[in-house]
Structure formats: structure tokens, C-alpha cells
Design a protein around this ligand. Sequence first.
Ligand SMILES: [Zn+2]
Length: 133
Amino acid sequence: MVAPRPLVTEIGRPYWEALAEGRVSLPHCGACDRLFFHPRAFCPHCGASGPGWRDVPGTGTLYTFTLTQVPVAPDFADQPPLLLAVVELAPDVRLATTLVDVAPEAVRIGMAVAPVFDRETFAGLTLLRFRPG
Ligand SMILES: [Zn+2]
């Protein structure tokens, strides 16, 4: 089995295009000047429609994590244990991801993390992972 490929929707396409170029771009609401994630057609803070996008450094802090001891789904059965994580890129802006280049015992909540642009897992699609940074 092969892990499922993320579905690139029209609303989220700028996020994926930025990752392909080695940038991290988040939805940004021009009405209330706030970032958010995941991409959607309306700002979750003020309800304004048609949010734009803003590039961010991509560095953040580890909000929480877990080490998978069993596959999270049958499609992941051929993968080694994963460090599933939630990373905070801006105040209250968090995304689900995986940690790489770190031993599980070295991971600490609150640690600084930096983006890793994974172009290997899926041809033509860049995934955003994180390592200690
Ligand atoms: Zn807003």
C-alpha cells in the first residue's frame, strides 16, 4: 500500500505552489490582518471572504507530537514509526505535519523547528515537514 497523496484543491493551491518553490505561504485575511490555517474561502476570525496569502519564514515551535507505534491507517503500514506533530507557525496558527532528522527521545514540546521541503515522497508535490531548528 502507498500513503494517500494530499488532494490539492483550488482554495489550497497557493499553499502547494509556494512549497514547490521552497516557500511557506499561509492564508491571510486583509480585513482583520490575521493569518490562519488550513486554507478556506472565509476568514475563521472575522468571516471575511476571499482571504489572500502571505509568505512566512516557516520557522515555528513544536506545539505537540506523538510517535506512532502502530500504523495510523493501513496505507501507512509500510512506513517506519512516524513523529506526528502539530507545529505553531504564528500565534494560534498551527498545522499538522511530521518531524524528520530528529531522534524521538530528543523531541521537546516548545522546541524551535525549521521547515523541510519534502520533494521525494510524491512526484510533483512538495510536503512540508519540520526538523529541529
Ligand atoms: Zn479576518
